[in-house]
Design a protein around this ligand. Structure first.
Ligand SMILES: [Zn+2]
Length: 70
């Protein structure tokens, strides 16, 4: 019985260590991720850096910018 408690204690310690380790790792994804914009023509979401901008509207490509303006 005491062996079971010992194993449970080890499992708990490992779990807590993993939990605190994850918390200490900064979430870099959020920093790297650019603002997402939506193509006003087809509705696809893309990073603002890859979008084509026209006024306050964004498009996924120049074709959709042209198509939307017609
Ligand atoms: Zn589009």
């Amino acid at each position: 019985m005491s062996r079971l408690i010992f194993l449970f204690a080890i499992a708990a310690v490992v779990y807590l260590l993993l939990k605190s380790y994850r918390r200490n790792v900064p979430e870099k994804k959020q920093d790297v991720a650019e603002d997402m914009v939506r193509c006003a023509h087809c509705g696809v979401h893309l990073p603002i850096g890859e979008s084509v901008r026209s006024g306050d509207q964004f498009f996924c490509c120049a074709d959709h910018l042209d198509a939307h303006q017609k």
